[in-house]
Every structure is written in structure tokens, then in C-alpha cells.
Write a protein that binds this ligand. Sequence first.
Ligand SMILES: [Zn+2]
Length: 604
Amino acid sequence: MITVVVAETRAYSLREVKEISGRLQSLVSSSSAEAYLKDFRQWLQDQGFVENSSSEIETWDGSVWVEWLDSDTGKYEEADHRVSIVLPSSFPYHAPIVISLDDPPLDRSWHLAPEPLYSLCLWNTERGWQPHFSAQRLISRIREWFINYHTDDWPENSQVPDLHRYLHKIGVFVIGEDWQPSCEANGRFTLWMPTTVESLPHFASTYPLGFSAAKQVKPEARLADPMHFRSDAYQRQIGVWFRVDEPFVPPRTLRDLLKRISDASHQSSGYAANVCKHTYGTKTESSVLHLAVGYTDVQDKVRWLFLRATLPEDNKRRRKLYWSNDDYLDQVKVKSYQTAPAGKRDLLRRSAFMSKELRTYRVIIFGIGALGSSVAMLLAKAGIGTLGLVDDDVVMPGNAMRHICGVNLTGFQKTLATSVLIKKHAPDCTTRNYTKTWDRSKLMGYLADFDLVIDATASHNFSLLLNEICIELSKPMIFVAAYRRAAVGRIIVHRHAADPCLACYEIGDAWNEESYPLIPPDPDGTFIEDGCGSVTEEAVALDVEAIANLAARTAVKVCQAKLGKSNVAIFVNEPVESVSKLLKSPGLHWFANEALPHCLVCQE
Ligand SMILES: [Zn+2]
């Protein structure tokens, strides 16, 4: 497969360019686009470019004349460069691809794809291609590229392309937090690759509720597998790494690769092959060799290129690789891994500004249902450092449509299953699971380790108990609940003596529509779950998640002390028929209420 390198984005194969771009064809054929294309082609023709009829994709061949000042001689030099301009069918939405046809080929350069394509890196992110650019502009950019090439003077904003773009990529290689190769000349490293895939039958066979339990494995152990980047369950493979002193452009065969590593390390020609021989043995039957090359790029940054050399599979006898035989090394094609660092720092990078601030906070959530599990996940993603999850329930198939846990987690404790999912998004977040209890002293024990309490139990009596304990321990708390099929959400925040507590709102005649609007019950929004007997509220996931988002947002604001005087929110997702004007108007309504002086719970 031929690979085209596009500097600002990624390497495309010609087939890929055709397939992806074909979808945009209808857009391109509008009349103004047609006029643009006509002008573009006409200008190329006027410059002596000729359409290459043998090419599958529209290609124009021609030459570009350049002149530059030679800094050594002080004289002007000139050259004519032959190029192909490839217009993918999505052009002008995708940039034209320009390939050098020079013979002999151009010297290696950071801004030129290696053989066989020799495509020019023309558009980086700073100076990206735009669909209105003219052919004239394209040619002048190509001319500029050649002048940079001849004078070896590249503009500072010409980013060095990631070498992985040069080679066909395979899979994803995850670098753990602690992978820090030393600066020696070479060494060994270990690759961990996931070999397990979660699937419904996989979990069903260890179903904790009893049926079809062929082999009893602790559910925690099963769930733990995909949680860690490195564990024994991951396939272990050994690789060899080298540090080189020179700019490095990867070749395509193992023989060239080893030679270039030896040259760039200023060692004898057999050096790299000998290191591999030493690591893998004089002959190897492993079908894949892993190599990493550390190099310093033109911006003086140390980068790592992870390479994978696959032994040819068409001829089984040749799969045994003898390091002494150059012919074999020639047949081994080198490919690259796309590296995806997954250390804590990298995972947090996209939300670091908030995560850093929230990392030290500890939030406990009571009730890990649809609402509570979504709140927990959002807080973990926001960067809360420690989450406590309290619930006794197990995931049932009927939960899947609203809960963050899907049917593959059926039968697991909601707390455990939610913790596992949280770990997959925010491995840095510590989760602690607790069983639900009405025992006062146990609850006080739970709360002791947390800074903020969120109640999403939808259990009025339990909420009142929690309210009392929070006040006794001076813990800020947030009560969140969904009403009317989650058409309306309500959040009550209590932080200190000035905020009303949940018991304050029990004194009904103290409040009115302006301060604490009543949410009338839904006459037919509930159903009895089969074989369960408990009343379940019908609700749409969209509305539940909107309320969860508001609750998580409020929790973050409480942690950051940025909520101001507001302490009750009514969130109307869908207007409901009510005497209250407010419940008829969609949106978020905040109230700043004051605690009742005669409340027996919070005002003693
Ligand atoms: Zn009160």
C-alpha cells in the first residue's frame, strides 16, 4: 500500500484519500466550486502542467522553477523541480498532495516523506491549507518549500512531523507513568498489550447471582483486568531501544533500520544487529521484533519512535530470522506504533486547569442509581480526587438505559461496577465503596473521611437522617432529586448555619412559590417493576443526565467556594402543568433562601 504523508494531519493511503473524500463530492460539485476548480486547473495548464491520464486520482505533472541565494558563494542559484500535484476527490476541502519527481531523489529532510512517495510537507497547523486557496498560491508555497530545502533554512513554525506518520501504523502502544528510559546507548524495554476483551458471555459465565456459574471467579478479579495499564493479564513482550545522536528518518526494512541506527550512533556497521542478536538470540522464531529509537529532533526535543518489525508470513521457513543473514533482514518490513502516552499527567492534560484544583477534594455520594452514578462519573472526570460510593443495589438489565453501567455489568454491585467505569476514565481518582446503612454511628464513620456529601437516594426519610448527621459533623451537603419523570430536578445545598437545611423545608407554611416552589406529584409517571414490587419512576436519560450535570457542577462550585448565596435550584427540563409559573418555564432557577430560626435541626 502506498502511503501519502500529509504534514499537518496524518499519513493517508491513496485508497483512503479516495474513500474519505468521495463523500464530499456532492459539495464540491456546486456551481461556485466548479468555477473554482475550472480556474485552478486552467492556471496549472497555463504554467505548463499536464494532467496525468494514467493516474487513478486527478494528478497534474509539471515543473517549478526556483531561485535562491547561496550563503556560501553569495551567488544566486537556480533549479527546476519536477512535481506531481495530486487533487483528491475531496479537493479543495482536502489539501492537494505534492510529490517530488526529481531524479535523483531529493536528500532526506524532516519535511519530506521518505521513499517511495517523497511528498512535501507543505501545510502545518500554523499555515494550513484552506479551500479557497488558488493554484497560484499553491505553486508559490511549493517554491517556498524548495527554497527552504536548498538553503536548509526552515521557518520556525514549520513543525517537525511526528515520524510515526511516515510509516504504516499498528495499534496503540500505551506508555505507563514509570517508563523512563535512561540516556545510555541502548537497553531493553517491555511492552504490555491488552489481550482480554470484555464481552457479555465473558461476564455471564461469572454471573454472581448463581446461574450458569461454570467457574467461580470473584467478580472483582474479573472486573479488575481491564482496569490497569500494566498487569499480569497483559501480554509481555521484550523490545530493544537505542539512543541516537543524529536526526533520524526511519527506513522501511530492518536491514536499513539497523544500519541507520549503527551510523547514527557512530558505531560499527554490525552494532545494532549485534545488540538485537544478544537480546533475541542468534536466531529468533518470534514473528515480531520491537524496537525503539530515541532521537533528538531539530527543535532539540528528545522523541521516541516505536517500531515493530514483522517477519514475513508468506513463507513459513523464512520466519526464523538469522541475524547473520542480510537477505533475511531485507525482507523484514518495519512499521511503527502510534504512541499514546497514558500517564496521569497526560490523562489530566485536557482538564488540568480544573483537575488540579479539585484533586484534594473528597466527595461521598449516597445512592448510585442513574442519577448518582452519572454524578460520580462527572465528578471523577472533572478531577475530584476521592469519591465514596454508597449503595446496596446490584445492576439489573432494566437499569442499563439510564445508568452509566450497561448490561455487561448486570449482577455486579452498582458501587463496584461504577468504580470500575470511573477507573477507566479517571485512573487517578480513588474510589471507596460502602454499603447502605441506617446506623447513625456507621454513617458518621463514612462521612468522617469526606469534605462534601451528596445525597441522590430519592429516599426522603434517609435524606432527613443524613441531613441531621451532616449538620452534627458540619459537613456541607447537596441533596439532588428528579421529579415528574425527571422533567424537573431540585438541588438543595446546605453549607453552614445560614443555608436552610432539609428539615427547614419540612416546615411547609414558611415557604412560598417565590422561595421554594412545590413540585406536584405526577399522576402516572411510575410503574411497578416485575418481580420486585418497588415503585420505579419513569424518566428519560436525557433529563436525568441534565440534572446529574447540574448536581456535579454545583458540587464543584461548593468545593471551590464559588456558589455565592444561592442554595436551592429548580431545573425545569420540560415544563409541567402546575399552579407554579416557574415550573412552566424551562431552564435553571436559583434561589437564595435563609435558614428558619425555629428549625430544630440546624438552629439549636
Ligand atoms: Zn434547618
